[in-house]
Design a protein around this ligand. Structure first.
Ligand SMILES: Cc1ncc(COP(=O)(O)O)c(C=O)c1O
Length: 388
């Protein structure tokens, strides 16, 4: 990045590579290049990447542009793309761990990440340990063992939304020689830049806010460390991971408008969360931007914005949760987030995986707030809670 681009705002940085001068007459967006085989005119150049990718697995123009913009978004020197957010978690673990190592992570980690730790990594002789989701940075670091090689951090944690003081935790990791991988899907590189506060690797499910339209699956892996970058690149190369040119193109399109969508959705989410807090059927709302949240001060210090994902505890049982979900007309019932549409899920059953059960006054619900008019969403939720 040039000195000028270092001074530019985030939206400008995500958009301006599209209008970079000196590339001749061209469309604003790169073409979608569907290719396995790349042709050369000169046999001497067939194995050289000076003329561009040698083979489809190397990625086309959209993938390369996307990786450059993602590296800038995360404040990284290197960013890689993989075919899902889940793969963005699994690839660095496969790249950086050896048999005999231990991974420590929150008990509230995203479920499929947990499954990978306990199933695939266990088969490779790597053990996983889960700490209570509400532990502080000091408590987590105090539990490192001689075998703890890597800390997988998810903050806020999945479903119960506990936050940890990341800067403090990453500092303790450095002191104790423990590598850190941060799942930055919630912060999206907008509200949080883990590498800037000491993370070794920051990963994101681009499926969520970067894609933004619920039409692709993808993950990014970003780092500033040349050695870690080499190991991650080799793991991607050895496993044959590849992102389709169509998906890379869609993600590149999504990232240009992401800051606008992220901020608008967060504004609506706060309004919905404030309204939910006032409802008698709601025992508790889990959203750090709410001043009543136990994590509010930490969120204010650590984040520059928020995702539009709200957890709340509904007073009642599973049948009550289902009555609420059925009565809504504007919220889709679906398991993702970060798209333009609002969604609702009932997640209590997913807590069964956990070793440390949080106290619960009812059913855990999750709302993803999209780009609809927020007053319409609140009116819909009002009808839903009335049905409860
Ligand atoms: C925190 C977090 N990380 C990673 C993922 C995985 O993303 P993907 O669905 O693209 O595999 C998810 C998906 O919901 C998630 O919530």
């Amino acid at each position: 990045m040039s000195e000028l681009s270092d001074k530019l705002g985030l939206s400008t940085r995500l958009i301006s590579p599209a209008t970079e001068r000196g590339r001749g007459r061209r469309p604003v967006n790169p073409p979608i290049e569907r290719a396995s085989t790349m042709l050369s005119d000169d046999p001497a150049m067939m194995g050289s990447d000076r003329d561009g990718p040698i083979y489809g697995l190397d990625g086309g123009t959209a993938a390369r542009q996307l990786r450059t913009v993602l590296a800038d978004l995360e404040g990284a020197t290197h960013a890689f793309i993989v075919p899902s957010g889940l793969a963005s978690v699994t690839v660095p673990l496969l790249a950086l761990l050896q048999p005999g190592d231990e991974v420590l992570c929150t008990d509230a980690v995203y479920g499929p990440s947990r499954r990978f730790l306990t199933r695939t990594l266990a088969r490779l002789g790597i053990t996983a340990r889960f700490h209570p989701a509400a532990w502080t940075a000091e408590e987590i670091a105090a539990s490192f063992s001689a075998r703890t090689r890597l800390l997988l951090v998810e903050t806020p944690a999945s479903l119960t939304f506990e936050l940890v003081d990341l800067e403090r935790l990453l500092g303790l990791c450095r002191d104790k020689g423990v590598l850190s991988v941060v799942d930055n899907t919630w912060g999206a590189g907008i509200a949080l830049k883990p590498l800037a506060v000491g993370a070794d690797v920051s990963v994101q499910a681009l499926t969520k806010y970067v894609g933004g339209h619920s039409d692709l699956l993808m993950g990014s892996i970003a780092t500033r460390d040349p050695e870690l970058s080499r190991l991650i690149f080799e793991a991607i190369e050895d496993h044959g991971w590849h992102v389709s040119p169509d998906d890379a193109w869609l993600a590149l399109r999504g990232i240009r408008t992401m800051p606008l969508r992220y901020a608008t959705q967060a504004r609506s989410a706060l309004k919905v969360a404030q309204w939910l807090e006032q409802q008698p059927q709601v025992a508790r709302v889990m959203y750090a931007p709410l001043p009543s949240s136990p994590y509010h001060d930490l969120w204010q210090r650590q984040y520059d914005g928020a995702a539009s994902l709200i957890g709340f505890v509904l007073r009642g049982d599973r049948a009550a949760a289902h009555r609420l979900m059925k009565a809504l007309s504007l919220f889709g019932m679906g398991y993702s987030w970060g798209g333009y549409e609002s969604l609702i899920t009932n997640d209590t059953s997913q807590l069964a995986w956990r070793e440390h059960q949080p106290p619960l006054e009812g059913e855990i619900m999750r709302l993803h707030i999209g780009l609809e008019d927020v007053d319409d969403l609140i009116a819909d939720l009002g009808r839903g809670l009335h049905a409860v």
